[in-house]
Design a protein around this ligand. Structure first.
Ligand SMILES: Cc1ncc(COP(=O)(O)O)c(C=O)c1O
Length: 410
């Protein structure tokens, strides 16, 4: 294979995604022939007077800018963006300091006072809180709906709706949104669709191929995969990403550091084998849990009992590494996971090489985040009951994980 064949944006048709995850956009350093990418730590890059951002011609498109200042773009971060764009079949990408920075960049760049945003009514708590508590302070109207049913979205759209933001599968209930169907509806009305695909990664679903305008990841999770760095990204058309780069990077200062970008790139190279392994384990464990007498209900897109199993089979290449389940005595199971588990670290995040678990109680989520209406609470409880144990399956043997779960559920 000639390294020159694997160039940004050209190679996706000729090479398998597993190959691209390892090789894409990487060439040995011309001077030292080092194979691992260099980390460029310089904040500044020297330039000539007619090249700078404030030259007479200005910068029409900040993504095309030469390297000037690390807050706007940096060679190591740019390489990560190019490699992420290849994996997600995007024209361009913007890496940010966290997943939240990516999401807030999308909202704050694409919406203005008077606009209307629709989001999944169950999604990562900070996204929900930002959308429902902070955006209205800027005159942005926000509707929260169960996007697993497209009719719910259709009902709230109006002339001012500019953006629909979904998480699929959503955190923590693993409900799915049909990206293809929703994007067709929104395109007719000129409304943008952004999809947070953190739970899926490009190994499982490529939202842009299905019609979404933007795909978002918390790189902190599966893409880095080792629980040792924060990062986020937004991927989409050159025009949209250029708009986001000026706001997120230049104005909000939400830029990713070069060291973090390098670590994420290293994790990302093994995304395919990692995801395949942990998805297979999660599938085995979800089936085991479903047959356990102490388990009331398992939420996992790969189970026939999942309400959207047929969509999961169409939209997901694997069913993911996150499982949520209900038990009768949620307080007891919380104590056991926190104090007795030998395999699951009791922690909030997801997507590490190590398995993690957390108990999310419905009343606590309601008080702290969702502030449900009675109908919304009933809809949430339909899947979550009094609360769920959320497992993020890691790379341990499923045999060891099941032995641990068996002890905790005794
Ligand atoms: C689905 C989803 N999106 C976004 C985020 C936010 O990412 P970060 O923690 O990198 O800001 C999270 C965090 O858990 C998440 O679960």
């Amino acid at each position: 294979m000639h390294k020159d064949d694997i160039e940004f944006g050209l190679s996706s048709e000729r090479y398998a995604p597993e190959t691209l995850a390892v090789h894409a956009a990487i060439l040995p350093d011309p001077q030292t022939r080092a194979i691992a990418p260099n980390i460029v730590m310089s904040v500044n890059h020297s330039f000539l007077p007619n090249e700078g951002a404030f030259s007479a011609q200005g910068l029409e498109d900040i993504s095309e800018s030469p390297f000037l200042y690390a807050g706007w773009t940096n060679p190591t971060v740019r390489l990560l963006e190019e490699r992420l764009a290849i994996l997600e079949h995007a024209e361009d990408g913007l890496a940010t300091a966290s997943g939240m920075a990516a999401i807030t960049a999308v909202f704050m760049s694409l919406l203005k006072a008077g606009d209307h945003l629709v989001i999944s009514d169950v999604c990562y708590a900070a996204v929900y809180e930002f959308a429902t508590q902070i955006l209205p302070q800027f005159g942005i109207e926000v509707s929260t709906v169960d996007t697993s049913c497209i009719n719910n979205v259709q009902k709230v759209l109006h002339e001012s709706t500019k953006l629909v933001h979904v998480e699929t599968p959503c955190n923590p209930l693993l409900r799915l949104t049909n990206i293809k169907e929703l994007s067709e509806l929104l395109k007719q009305r000129g409304i943008l669709l952004s999809a947070d695909s953190t739970f899926s990664t490009p190994v499982i679903t490529r939202p842009l191929d299905l019609g979404a305008d933007l795909v978002i990841h918390s790189l902190t999770k599966f893409i880095n995969g080792h629980g040792d760095v924060l990062g986020g990204c937004v991927l989409g058309s050159k025009a949209l990403i250029s708009k986001l780069r000026s706001v997120a990077g230049v104005y909000f200062g939400a830029s990713l550091s070069a060291q973090s970008a390098w670590l994420i790139m290293r994790g990302m190279e093994t995304i395919y084998p990692r995801m395949k392994t942990l998805c297979e384990s999660a599938y085995t464990i979800a089936n085991w849990l479903e047959n356990h007498p102490k388990v009331l209900r398992v939420l996992y897109p790969g189970l026939e009992s999942h309400q959207q199993f047929s969509l999961a089979k169409r939209q997901m290449a694997f069913f993911g590494g996150i499982i949520a389940f209900q038990v009768e005595d949620i307080e007891l199971i919380e104590q056991r996971f926190a104090h007795e588990s030998k395999m699951f670290y009791y922690a909030y995040s997801i997507g590490h090489q190590r398995s993690l678990a957390v108990v999310l109680k419905t009343d606590d989520l309601d008080k702290s985040t969702y502030r449900f209406s009675p109908e919304q609470k009933a809809n949430f409880c339909r899947d979550a009951g009094k609360g769920v144990v959320r497992l993020s399956i890691g790379l341990e043997s499923p045999v060891d994980l099941i032995r641990d779960l068996s002890h905790l559920l005794r």
